[in-house]
Design a protein around this ligand. Structure first.
Ligand SMILES: [Zn+2]
Length: 158
């Protein structure tokens, strides 16, 4: 048995939810320095984190985040960047200034990869970072039984 409170109630990572949030803030700090390899994964980082910690955002926000993870698994970073570019353009065309998205597929399995795995020791080492990000995104899909996207990502473009 694990000690109550020692695991994040949302993603199951050790250290509790506060630890996940602290690691997420550390990762955002790296992203915002626009250093690589972290910077270009910023959109994916946010998407993965929110999809594994859905309590703080609305369903339509999660749907938009899922669309980004799915695009990345289908076509890698170029596909993700295309979604982000399209979204900025579409956003300019809406009266509300807010795009709406269908709900993401329901999570039916426990995460196999969490932000704790991506951070390794809390520092998000550059070595192997891209591979860990892919594993995180793949876990998001597998949690929702969207494993076909994982297979396609592996056999398709980098
Ligand atoms: Zn967590």
């Amino acid at each position: 048995m694990t000690v109550a409170g020692s695991r994040c109630p949302e993603c199951g990572a050790a250290g509790g939810g506060g630890s996940c949030l602290a690691q997420f803030h550390a990762l955002l700090a790296l992203d915002h320095q626009r250093l690589q390899p972290w910077g270009r994964y910023h959109g994916l980082n946010v998407a993965c984190f929110l999809l594994q910690h859905p309590s703080t955002v609305t369903t339509t926000v999660l749907g938009g985040q899922w669309e980004m993870v799915a695009a990345y698994l289908d076509g890698g970073l170029p596909a993700l960047e295309q979604v982000q570019t399209d979204r900025v353009r579409r956003n300019r065309g809406t009266n509300e200034g807010v795009l709406r998205f269908p709900a993401p597929p329901v999570r039916v399995r426990e995460p196999s990869v969490t932000i704790a795995d991506v951070s390794v020791d809390g520092t998000f080492p550059a070595e192997g970072y891209a591979a860990r990000m892919r594993s995180w995104a793949e876990s998001i899909a597998l949690e929702r039984e969207q494993g076909h996207r994982v297979d396609r990502g592996r056999s398709g473009r980098p």
